[in-house]
Design a protein around this ligand. Structure first.
Ligand code: GLU
Length: 491
């Protein structure tokens, strides 16, 4: 059987889009499942969209996510390098290759030179718009002889090269997700293949590269589906066998709109900076548009490889559901080594102003205890400051139900009993933290909710939260005394 070769071919426009990461992931899963190769190619032929540092950023985001490629563009020692036999893998380094193939198409009557000015094309489009027609090139230069065209080029005229589509011919292909797609060439445009700056358009470059790089499956977002007939025709024009096409449903937000930078987090780095774990994000993304047959939702990369197939990829857009992402991610947070979560939490903690890095590193054991106290409640590591802030500074009671607890009848007796226990020790240790509630119960005869809720409210300011003994341990003797005293003033 032919070796499976797939590619992820992003344009370096600044960052890795979350939808792009999912495309890369599905390519990766399919390659791994079939013992094939996954290639990273950079499509940078649109020079107007090029952003400095974008290639590095793309590769780092893929690396962070753990989606490794076998061939193509990599970063080594801070430098962009290429590996593999089918390079170069950066399209701007392949201009002479595209030129050769464009010339072949022209010589064989499958493409033609076009000299139409921008003004002519603009007024044509305007005319079509007024008539309510779909804008389309009218074929003005289709009939020019090659001889005449070459003379005009020699005279220094600007030109582009256009695809010469056949008239009234059905172009069809099979998409692994959408099935059979048929479109008549009369509904299509004589696509520009080579621009006046000598750069190919995406359409030419993608076909030439996918062919020369031996790509067997083109797996990409469904926004490329309308372009695919042009690509299919190009394969025919070159006399090449087309790869299998797999168009993935768009990643939508909960309003069923395309994720947009303006309204949503879309960059992989946004999620990383918020404290999502790569395992959590990747696991969740796999489920946006695909599901394994057994319905399992928490899946390691290896399990996904094992279960992945295109026939379980949906046709309709996948909804990016932040709550579900949180749920998946929290699962990974709970199961991660605490040390690692603590390391990742330093940045958001320091940014919140609750602790300095020196304070954190100065009592690492204490910090681990603090993080361990709230880790089970985190959806992402970035929430850490929010979750522990109640343990810093003075007692603050804002919620109605917490206020009701500190105002409850038993509160003064409980505060006295707690103070009494504290006054008998030098400092709070684990043993004290674990047993003190029992002692207060014994001393006051108050138990259950009537005991725990007011005490929790009086020392933490809330009625919900982590283990009470952890809170007691972290606050320590002096701050507990301060807070108990402060709780009195809420009465
Ligand atoms: N360069 C295109 C993009 O950034 C890739 C499309 C394709 O995979 O063919 O989406």
């Amino acid at each position: 059987m032919e070796e499976v070769r797939v590619r992820f071919a992003p344009s370096p426009t600044g960052f890795l889009h979350i939808g792009g990461l999912r495309t890369a992931l599905y390519n990766y899963l399919f390659a791994k499942k079939n013992g094939g190769k996954f290639i990273l190619r950079i499509e940078d032929t649109d020079r107007t969209r090029y952003v400095e540092g974008a290639i590095e950023n793309l590769i780092r985001s893929l690396e962070w996510a753990g989606i490794d490629h076998d061939e193509g563009v990599f970063i080594e020692n801070g430098k962009i390098v290429e590996k593999g036999d089918a390079g170069p893998y950066i399209q701007s380094k392949r201009l002479d290759i595209y030129k050769k193939y464009v010339d072949y198409l022209i010589e064989n009557g499958k493409a033609y030179y076009c000299f139409c000015s921008k003004e002519r094309l603009d007024s044509l489009r305007e005319e079509q718009r007024i008539k309510g027609q779909v804008p389309k090139y009218d074929g003005f230069c289709r009939g020019l002889s090659l001889e005449e065209a070459k003379k005009r080029i020699a005279d220094g005229e600007d030109y582009v090269v256009r695809l010469k589509l056949p008239r009234n011919e059905d172009i069809e292909f099979n998409d692994a997700v959408r099935g059979r797609v048929v479109i008549n060439s009369d509904e299509m445009d004589d696509q520009v293949l080579m621009k006046s700056d000598g750069f190919p358009t995406y359409h030419l470059a993608v076909v030439v590269d996918d062919h020369l790089m031996g790509i067997t499956y083109v797996v990409r977002g469904e926004e490329w589906l309308p372009s695919t007939p042009k690509h299919v025709y190009l394969y025919q024009a070159f006399g090449w066998q087309a790869p299998t096409f797999v168009h993935l449903p768009t990643v939508l937000n909960k309003d069923r709109k395309k994720l947009s930078k303006r309204n949503d987090d879309v960059a992989v780095e946004d999620f990383r900076d918020k404290g999502y774990l790569p395992e959590g994000l990747v696991n969740y993304l796999a489920l946006v548009g695909w599901s394994p047959e057994d319905g399992k939702e928490i899946l390691s990369l290896d399990e996904m490889v094992d279960k992945f197939s295109f026939d379980r990829v949906g046709k309709s857009g996948g909804i990016f559901d932040k709550e579900k992402l949180d749920w998946v991610n929290s699962h990974y947070i709970k199961n991660y080594p605490l040390e690692k979560i603590a390391e990742l939490s330093i940045k958001p903690m320091v940014e919140s102003g609750l602790m300095t890095e020196e304070e954190i590193r100065g009592d690492w054991e204490g910090y681990l205890y603090l993080v361990g106290t709230v880790v089970d409640s985190l959806n992402n590591v970035g929430e850490i400051a929010d979750k522990v802030s109640f343990l810093f500074g003075d007692l603050k009671i804002e919620e109605e139900d917490a206020l009701a607890e500190v105002r409850s009848e038993n509160m003064p007796i409980l505060i006295d009993a707690f103070e009494n226990e504290l006054n008998q020790i030098d400092e709070v240790d684990e043993d004290f933290a674990k047993k003190v509630m029992k002692k207060i119960q014994k001393a006051t005869g108050i138990k259950g909710k009537g005991l725990y809720m007011p005490v929790r409210a009086a020392i933490s300011g809330n009625v919900h939260g982590p283990e009470l003994s952890n809170i007691i341990m972290i606050l320590g003797k002096d701050r507990l005394l301060e807070r108990l005293n402060a709780a009195r003033s809420y009465r």
